[in-house]
Design a protein around this ligand. Sequence first.
Ligand code: AMP
Length: 504
Amino acid sequence: MSGSLFDLIRSRIPSADTILIETADGGARISYGEMLTRSARLAGALVRRGVKPGDRVAVQVEKSPENVMLLLAVLRAGAVYLPLNTAYTTAELDYFVGDAKPSLLVCDPDKREGLAAIAAARNAALETLDADGKGSLTELAATAPADFGDVSREETDLAAILYTSGTTGRSKGAMLSHGNLGSNAAVLADYWRFTERDVLLHALPLHHTHGLFTATVTLMLAGGSMLFLPRFDADEVLRLLPKATTMMGVPTFYTRLLQHPALTREACAHMRLFTCGSAPLLAETHRAFFERTGHAILERYGMTETGMNTSNPYDGARIAGTVGFPLPGVDLRIADMESGRLLPQGEIGIIEVRGPNVFSGYWRMPEKTATEFRPDGFFITGDVGRIDARGYVHIVGRAKDLIISGGFNVYPKEVESEIDALPGVVESAVIGCPHPDFGEGVTAVVVAQEGAEMTEASVIAALEARLAKFKLPKRVVFIADLPRNTMGKVQKNALREVNKAIFL
Ligand code: AMP
């Protein structure tokens, strides 16, 4: 067996007849045996279109089972998979294609016309694939042989480039190797006790590491099955829960399910595990979900550059508001933000990680890569956190969201937790806005429950007894909903932009 991720997946196939993916509407059903032939034909099609080992294949398509087949085909061809969010505009795609220089671009048929010029200018071939798995690429694959001589790969060879959803500056391409992806998925399959009997309800997008690798590859390494939903839909999820055993979600999945009257203990009786990550899960959501269903959501922490780093335990306490322990093989430490000095247990600092899961660097950005790693190989995540006395990791926020007001550090999470605990508050986001005296002024953006009687003054008054004066919001603004991206992450940069003149 080579170091190829596909070899690892192949080595774990349960039986050719076991279902790998079934769509929620019953329209498509692919067994592991069919996966082998379909991905072989697609790999053949890639080669016919000129894809060579090491080439990038950029993919901007709607989620479908065929999309997973394409990922596997790219791996079999020894090429590098480059998923792109379907929300990206043509101008954004021009940047990605110019930066990654793929030899093939696969897009939805609707986008073909708009992308033809970009592909031609960058010398990339262009093929299509739609949400039903149809398109010029599958037509080409239909005439390719049902077996394919897989290209051998080392574990250190590149398997994928995932552009981070960077909010400042240029988006960076995280280079992930076959070994990074395979080792992380193998650890997760084991840690979360995935087996052939599992049916994973898959409602995440496929252009992001969570839905693409954490969910799909972990499940395949256990030889289980997936039920594919094109996107999250609370009604659909509730209809399908009795057929599933596990679901991986982002926090908004759970808040939306909690708003649904059909979410009950009985509705979840067939499930053994709900996991959550990609953004912080409110402790309140964790508790409410447990009360309604009897399931303690298992929260974990990871990022595009590293895959999963920590997880709450499968057995043992899944503690709300924490992301659990470093996964087997992952070294995690807390360092001083400026000096990089290691901090004693319990103190807040920057989270650094090292392990077989950690990427090798940013595509064509050696200088940027060098500044993000310590000399001993630890990656500086940019997340701020601490480790408690029991060893659980807590995330306080992103370093760039840290507020420095009058020379004091204010960690938004601490203020948000206090605000969220006030009666009538749904959720909140705390940001720093330019302030003439303090540098930054603490600003709270609050979502109140309908009909809640709450004013700026009442929120500040309620917090006075609970927070040191320098942490108190100087302004509180109310908003109907917090702006979020597709992974449920609150877009604090958008909130900062809207409120940038609030103190000026
Ligand atoms: P991405 O690269 O899009 O997966 O985003 C990774 C970032 O999401 C991390 O660096 C964290 O800031 C955040 N994140 C992921 N999981 C969690 C979690 N469980 N709690 C808080 N933040 C998280």
